[in-house]
Design a protein around this ligand. Sequence first.
Ligand SMILES: CC(C)CCC[C@@H](C)[C@H]1CC[C@H]2[C@@H]3CC=C4C[C@@H](O)CC[C@]4(C)[C@H]3CC[C@]12C
Length: 460
Amino acid sequence: MDSSDLAAIPTEANHLETPAAQESDDEEFQECIEVEQVLQQEPRAGVVAQDDLPERSQLPYLKGQNKVKVSLWSVLKDSVGKDIWKITVPVVFNEPLGILQKAAGVTEYIDILDQAIAEPDEMRRFALATLHFMTQYQNIERGGLAKPFNPLLGETFEYCVPGRFLFLAEQVSHHPPVSAFYIQGYSGYLKQSTFHTKTSFGMGSINFTNIFNEYLDLLPYRETFEWFPPSLGLHGLMMGRPYIDVDGSGWLRDQAKPMEKYAHVRYHSRGWTQGTYFKVEAEVYQGKEIVYKLEGKWSESITLKDMRGNDESPPEVVWRKRPYPENWQHQYGMTHHNIQLNYLPKFLAPFLPPTDTRFRPDQRALENGDFALATKEKARLEEKQRATRKQKEKDGIKHVPKYFVESVFQSCDPNFKDNGIPQYRYNREYFEKDRVTCDWSRLEDIFAETPKEEEKEVKQ
Ligand SMILES: CC(C)CCC[C@@H](C)[C@H]1CC[C@H]2[C@@H]3CC=C4C[C@@H](O)CC[C@]4(C)[C@H]3CC[C@]12C
């Protein structure tokens, strides 16, 4: 289908003339308006009606081809030194997905873990687990860069394919921002992660240090693997097109025998030549011996080669990235799987908690191409969150995550330094309890409009 065939919904009267825009003489807001004016010149490619199918084939709003002229760096440069998630960028730099949803992106190729469970050979099973970690960054560079939404404290996101896996995420801390994830595979794997990014600024680049480890359990085999992630950096901010680079080494270790069964994954940084960009290699070790080699590009395909025995075995393609959907350039470079993440079909809505990211109004507005509403709602939600925090501080109430508990994970790395960021473990109260009864009364309504003072009084 060509985008010109799609029924175009006329743009409303200049949406920049909102009361908020007139009132604010805030510099950031002004900059935001400039960017939005650039967008105003872009024809609306079209808005597609949402139907109620289990999957949708594209986002409701297709972004036009006109590039935003203002560079991301010009927006970020004044914030040097700040935490990346505390910098408010104009919504045109955002993509209509939050961090919790980006994390659910790893379920796109999660069937690799089903293959691992089905694999009786211990080392080949470990090689397949390594492959899962190699592919989990496949959707971060998609020929376009946008900032995901920073979840509000208490925000949750579920992404389930019954019969295959259940995914749950919760924003468990705001200062510092920490997200907790849990994936349960029907075939018998569990993956638990805590995500926290430490940001540092270089000349025209932003470096992320991922302060978290990920743990994968293959239950039928009583195996637990620990992942030590590579670093992810944002480069090319001042010149050229900004891009995210996965750089350096990642390690996967069997917790029971970390020095005898481990994999070393090497990601090649883009550097000056584009030739090695996306390239990834891994050696799977049994003691000092390399038993498997994985090689390829995390943007295309990866092969597996058995190094045991004398005869050279031909490399076998064990993973291939699916082609991007039609119109992907107009949909933030999302894969078909990414497009589902914020989809809210009517049959699903009644089962979701009010804290689910799919109900976040600013993200929804951005998805629908309404930049002014997105800006307004984002500001409202952040203000609401600030007010709630102040109130809680005043009352001496500490925030307690609803579906995760703080716990101590034992790292098998002898050099492991306690970074002060707690690890979180799923408490079995979502899928097993609240999602069954659909009683969400103990959750805070983090997205709803706060009733005005007068209305409150009337109610009392
Ligand atoms: C453009 C700017 C400012 C920031 C971009 C930040 C990107 C690189 C960050 C934001 C959220 C991050 C994701 C959050 C959670 C997970 C789940 C984990 O199991 C694998 C890594 C993965 C998938 C992260 C990859 C990197 C990520 C996509």
